[in-house]
Design a protein around this ligand. Structure first.
Ligand code: ME8
Length: 536
């Protein structure tokens, strides 16, 4: 641990109002790929995910199912945990906001807020959107009403669903006092919000002026009690945002918790959807400024998964209420877990909204995985076994410095890949790897090893060809491992290189010339059997 750099990455904690879906899974896999890439690059990673269990929305879901809120949350936790296991999510921690550690941390936060002078008691009279757990001002609401031409009912300016009128005693966080400090933060750390086009949205919102935020509720009680005023419960976002620090020791007793907090905080990445960017880029940093804590290094906001509406031909946000949500299991059934991960991580540009379709999934799977990567592995391993007596070739002295087209493509590949992976640009990182995969497939066609094998005088040439292919495959397996860990491990094992699985020095592992030869090789079953027909 001592010589490794810490890397702390988080997903949003998901509301327990319904089962996880493709969108939830998308954000979680996005973080998982980064966590795996960082572990392979020598970082000491903590990868956190979890569930957001308080608030009206969850209470309502419990009521609709005839359960007590806690009982409801307990019944939902396995759905999330099991799906993450199925999708090979390598989280190191799973936090639930009803856990004692979170209650302790939130109550500790209340005391610090009180001391900070940024807390006051007042009364809230305004609008509240339960599905979004968000307050809206009169001005925001009336503007949206004009746009929606509604009569009588006030609708949420964000999601369009009916708003609740809330009038209650409340504690307020003086968010308005942080406008200048937030603008300075964005100015001095332009990469605080990523991708950069999201920064404009955040900045202009803050420039428009900030209202103080109601951070406690008295009209319902499914939340963490305010320690010095027990008729108040904590506003769900004030509670939820703190989960990131709770999980690394904030507000907990003992020197170990303090050491953990000092080591892990601030987080390197909060990865969130674009819907919750204001909470993470405005409210959360202001809360941290108020209690004198360090700010997270980056908030990365991804776009929404969209599906094509067959009637209008337009893309629309995938959601349960529209009835267009695709269950993760449907995609797993079609592509397998690793095909699923590969498709969402390498074909869906992170940051923008992206249309997804089963047709496109089939196309990507067949082109990249079945025909390119899977085919390269099976042809090459098969030829090695066939021409070298079930083994990888014995390596000659100096083999690694011999010039060849694949060595040229592989030169500096780990650095080019890292440039993109570091910024969560997985589509571009995949392109770097696929360049080598495609080059290797062309190399097979160009060199025609099956013809070379017929001429005993060309034995040296045949050996070079197979070695170059195996070395390229070894490197690609490493680079694809964050996306498809099981496949990469399987490929390395088929070449008797199982000891390379889970490397923590990716750059060194991807240097041309690390192959070990003369070892048993197995072709094995097809890694990615071709899909015959798209599921509709
Ligand atoms: O907002 N496409 O929880 P939540 C892509 N509890 N991503 C999607 C998506 C879609 N169609 N739909 C949802 C909350 N997501 C709070 C967070 S954090 C301190 C508290 C993903 O269950 C996306 O990452 O509504 C979005 O931000 C998240 O799910 C919202 O999850």
């Amino acid at each position: 641990m001592a010589d490794k750099k810490p890397f702390f990455i988080t997903t949003p904690i998901y509301y327990v109002n319904a089962a996880p879906h493709l969108g939830t899974a998308y954000c979680t896999i996005l973080c998982d790929v980064q966590a795996r890439y960082r572990r392979a690059s020598g970082y000491d990673v903590k990868f956190l995910t979890g569930m957001d269990e308080h608030g009206e929305k969850v209470e309502e879901a419990a009521r609709n199912h005839g359960m007590q809120p806690q009982e409801w949350c307990d019944s939902q936790a396995p759905l999330f945990k099991d799906l993450w296991k199925t999708l090979e999510i390598s989280n190191d921690d799973f936090i639930r906001t009803t856990e004692p550690r979170q209650v302790k941390a939130v109550q500790y936060l209340w005391e610090r807020m009180k001391e900070s002078g940024y807390l006051y008691k007042g009364s809230y009279d305004g609008w509240y959107c339960v599905p979004e757990e968000t307050y809206f001002t009169e001005t925001q609401v009336s503007k949206s009403d004009e746009a929606n031409h509604t009569e009588g009912q006030h609708l949420c300016p964000d999601c369009g669903r009916p708003l609740e009128r809330v009038q209650e005693e409340s504690y307020f966080f003086k968010l308005s006092a942080f406008q200048d400090r937030l603008l300075k933060l964005y100015e001095e750390h332009p990469d605080f919000v990523q991708p950069d086009f999201r920064m404009n949205e955040v900045r202009s919102f803050v420039e428009g002026g900030l209202q103080d935020l109601s951070v406690s509720r008295t009209s319902f009680d499914w939340g963490i009690k305010v320690p010095f005023d027990e008729k108040h419960v904590t506003y769900v976002w004030f509670d939820a945002l703190l989960n990131y620090m709770t999980a690394v020791g904030y507000g907990q007793d003992g020197p170990e918790a303090a050491a953990e907090l000092a080591y892990r905080w601030p987080a390197q990445y909060h990865v969130v959807g674009k819907d919750i960017i204001r909470f993470h880029c405005i409210i959360w940093p202001a809360m941290l400024m108020a209690i004198g804590a360090a700010l997270p290094e980056h908030v990365f906001a991804h776009g929404f998964l969209m599906v094509r509406n067959e009637q209008t031909g337009k893309g629309e946000k995938m959601s349960k209420s529209r009835g267009n949500a695709i269950a993760p299991q449907d995609v797993i059934d079609m592509l397998g877990v690793e095909g699923y991960r590969y498709y969402f991580m390498t074909d869906v540009v992170h940051g923008e909204d992206s249309a997804i379709s089963f047709d496109r999934m089939e196309q990507v799977y067949n082109a990249d995985l079945a025909n390119s990567w899977g085919n390269l592995v099976s042809r090459s391993l098969n030829m090695s076994a066939k021409y070298f007596d079930g083994k990888t070739p014995q390596l000659d002295e100096g083999w690694a410095s011999k010039d060849n087209p694949l060595r040229t493509v592989a030169q500096g590949i780990a650095a080019r890949y890292a440039q993109h992976m570091d910024k969560l640009q997985y589509v571009q990182a995949k392109d770097v790897v696929m360049e080598l995969v495609h080059a290797a497939n062309h190399y097979i066609e160009d060199t025609a090893p099956w013809a070379v094998a017929k001429d005993p005088a060309r034995a040296g040439e045949l050996k070079d060809i197979i070695v170059n292919l195996l070395e390229s495959i070894r490197i690609c397996a490493h680079l694809l491992a964050p996306f498809m860990p099981t496949t990469s491990a399987e490929v390395l094992r088929r070449m008797s290189l199982g000891d390379e699985v889970d490397t923590c020095d990716l750059a060194a592992a991807c240097e041309w010339g690390q192959l070990k030869g003369g070892l048993p090789v197995t072709k094995g079953d097809a890694l990615f059997p071709r899909l015959a027909k798209a599921k509709k």
